[in-house]
Design a protein around this ligand. Structure first.
Ligand SMILES: [Mn+2]
Length: 384
């Protein structure tokens, strides 16, 4: 059988102020095409279907239509909620949908129960492990760890261990698939993942997944193996932060009837790339300087010491999708020296001109002084 493993769609997410709904729709279209072209039997979505616990209606509609189109291609679907999802909102009809070939699970309800599905080449034991919030765990999930205040200490590792332990003892097929949303020790993080546990890293040990033919992981946004090709993060379909300049993909697993796997990837190019560019405004706005960044979401770091007026408009001439602009003058920010002055003792115009002089390392010119005076006067009148 062929399994397509994907995760972290984050439907409804934007990149900075820019909506990603078009790119997310293109991904869903591409997924439906791919599933039929590649002869996929089972699509696995390992959590963070939506970006927010209360997902926008358009995102819910996009997910439902995508599931419907995938079903029309004859594939079985297995999906779990992640830490961004509202578990109950992702799986309100959980086992009621099983008979239609759509297995969706969220939260603690029924976790650790093995679902056996018969494919044309034999049965598969499916273990769906949605993100389990340790703070919300039922008493049965206590891992026996007690803090010195006498309270039960629940960790993500503890609750997941309990859930997987229940499942492991009920596996009966020659092959099995675990689907989990977790931070497995050894994984490489990006800037767009939200920490799984308050006051801890929420890491779980990789040996929790020993014994499964393949473990489809969600949560980390970079595609990666954890020690072996059968314990793997598929990563997100799109870049969701400037730290994600790697190639995005989905993972395809060819699994034989005994559970032996051959794992490959299919590249995705539906989303806009990301680029961080650094230089003076003159360098940054030279179109020949960073040609690969022109169509990317751009984070621009401007190194000029002098004030750059209308930086965003200038950058947009070359990079229409500039999202973030940071000022990082070479040599670091101007140092404040001299005696400390109580700001309340200064006249507002003096405070502003001193600040100007500190940042610019020069006295304001007459023109600048006029602008500053005008601004301060307007602010004091309450115009600003
Ligand atoms: Mn995620």
């Amino acid at each position: 059988m062929r399994i397509l493993h994907t995760s972290d769609w984050h439907l409804g997410r934007s990149f900075g102020p820019i909506s990603l709904s078009d790119a997310q729709e293109r991904f869903c279209d591409e997924l439906v095409t791919m599933v039929s072209a590649e002869g996929i039997d089972l699509v696995v979505i390992a959590g963070d279907i939506y970006d927010r616990a209360i997902a926008p209606t358009e995102s819910i509609e996009l997910f439902r239509e995508t599931i419907r189109r995938l079903r029309n291609e004859g594939v079985v679907i297995a999906a779990i909620s992640g830490n961004h999802d509202g578990a109950d909102r992702v799986s309100p009809y959980d086992d009621l949908l099983d008979a239609s070939g759509v297995y969706i699970r969220g939260g603690y309800e029924g976790v650790g129960r093995v679902i056996q599905h018969h494919f044309s080449d034999g049965p598969l034991d499916l273990v769906l492990l949605p993100f389990l919030d340790p703070q919300a765990s039922p008493a049965a999930f206590d891992d026996g760890d007690v803090t010195h205040e006498g309270r039960r200490r629940r960790t993500h590792h503890g609750v997941l261990d309990t859930a997987i332990g229940r499942a492991r003892s009920s596996l009966t097929s020659p092959r099995s698939l675990a689907v989990a949303h977790a931070f497995v020790t050894g994984g490489a993080v990006s800037d767009s993942e939200r920490q799984l546990e308050v006051g801890g890293t929420g890491e779980v040990a990789s040996n929790l997944f020993d014994g499964f033919s393949y473990s489809a992981l969600g949560h980390l946004h970079r595609p990666q193996d954890i020690g072996r090709s059968t314990l793997r993060y598929s990563g997100t379909p799109l870049a969701y932060s400037f730290s994600e300049h790697h190639q995005k993909s989905v993972t395809v697993v060819d699994m034989d009837a005994t559970g032996n796997c051959s794992v490959s990837t299919i590249d995705l190019n539906v989303g806009r790339g990301v680029a961080t560019i650094t230089g003076s405004i003159e360098e940054l706005t030279d179109p020949s300087r960073f040609p690969d960044a022109h169509q990317c979401f751009v984070s621009a770091i401007i190194t000029d010491h002098e004030t750059v007026l209308e930086a965003k408009a200038k950058l947009e001439q070359v990079y229409p999708h500039v999202v973030e602009i940071r000022l990082q003058p070479t040599g670091g920010p101007a140092q404040v020296d001299g005696p400390q002055v109580d700001i309340n003792e200064l006249r507002p115009i003096d405070a502003v001109t001193e600040f100007w002089s500190d940042v610019e390392r020069a006295e304001p010119t007459g023109d600048v002084l006029d602008i500053l005076t005008g601004a301060v006067t307007a602010a004091m009148r309450g115009d600003a």
